[in-house]
Each structure stands twice: as C-alpha cells, then as structure tokens.
Design a protein around this ligand. Structure first.
Ligand code: FES
Length: 174
C-alpha cells in the first residue's frame, strides 16, 4: 500500500469517527433537550382546565354550595394524580351554573357563605361579597373570581383557574 493510499484511509477513518461521535452526542442530547423544552411549550397554552366538580341536581338556586376541585396536579416538571386543587362555590341561576373560585382575591383565604345574610364572607380580614360575587366591604381589591361552567351528562364542569391575589385586575396564574 502506498503512503498516499494509507493517508487517504486514515483521513476516511478520522472523518467516520468524527461523524459517529457527533451522531452519538446528538442522540444523548435529544432527551435532555425535550425534558427542558416540553414543559415550557405546555406552559405556553391557555391556563386552566375543565374538571367535573358536582352533579347538577345537587345544586340549588337560593344558596351556593362549596365543592372541592380534584384533578391531576401539574407543575412544569412533575405530575401527581387526584390531588385537591382548590374549592369553588356553585349556584344554579336559571339555566346557568354560576361558579366562583373560593380563594379570596385579597390574600387567598377560603371565603365562606352566610346563609342568613346570603353573602360570601372571608374569615381572614372580613371582606364580604354578595351572591353575584361583588365586593360589599373589606380589603378585597376586586369581586370574587368567576369561572366558566358547562354541564355534560348532568355533571357540572368548571374551567378551573387560579388568579393573582391583591390586584384589581384579574390575572390568571394557572
Ligand atoms: S384574605 Fe380575604 S379579606 Fe384578606
């Protein structure tokens, strides 16, 4: 074999080894990259999700009822099935179901409901809200946060969303 052909063979082997290393590096990097990028892509969609919360026939028009919202808990990199995500107040109003997130817009305490006064009341700093969620007193910067509802086969579903506390503007946070 001549010097020239030996040199050519060496160059070919060197190039092949380089390509193999690059391919292996790419293969190893792909899962890591998708691990980082996938949650960021998921997080860019519309916030909140539809979850079933109650039977329609269990609701009444005169007073709201509180129900827990249970579903998969997700953050950017983990998921946990069937966790309590929050609480909502539900009331029938004609053909509609009115829903409020039970977190007080002041600092996030759970608001209760006074059946005698027919209003919502926060136990932490005494914010009060009428049945339509409007602020009647206290430090809450806005009305209770309404949630979209729908009825599917007799079950009430809400698009469950949480909102930033302490702002007059309603800002969805998850
Ligand atoms: S958290 Fe409700 S009034 Fe402060």
């Amino acid at each position: 074999m001549t010097d020239e052909s030996q040199q050519g063979r060496r160059n070919f082997l060197r190039a092949a080894a380089g390509l193999g290393s690059a391919a292996l590096g790419l293969l190893l990097a792909l899962p890591g990259a998708s691990y980082v990028v996938d949650p960021l892509l998921r997080a860019s969609g519309k916030k909140g999700r539809w979850l079933p919360v109650a039977e329609l026939e269990g609701l009444e028009e005169e007073h709201p009822v509180s129900v827990s919202v249970v579903g998969e808990q997700r953050d950017a990199w983990t998921r946990a099935p069937q966790r309590k995500l929050g609480m909502v107040w539900l009331r029938k109003k004609g053909e509609q179901v009115v829903a409020f997130n039970a977190e007080c817009p002041h600092l996030g305490c759970k608001v209760g409901y006074d059946r005698d006064q027919k209003h919502f009341a926060c136990p932490c700093h005494e914010s009060a809200f009428n049945q339509d969620g409007d602020v009647q007193g206290g430090p809450a910067p806005r009305s209770l946060d309404p949630l979209e509802t729908r009825v599917v086969d007799g079950k009430v579903e809400v698009r469950f969303v949480r909102f930033r506390a302490q702002t007059a503007e309603r800002v969805e946070i998850g």
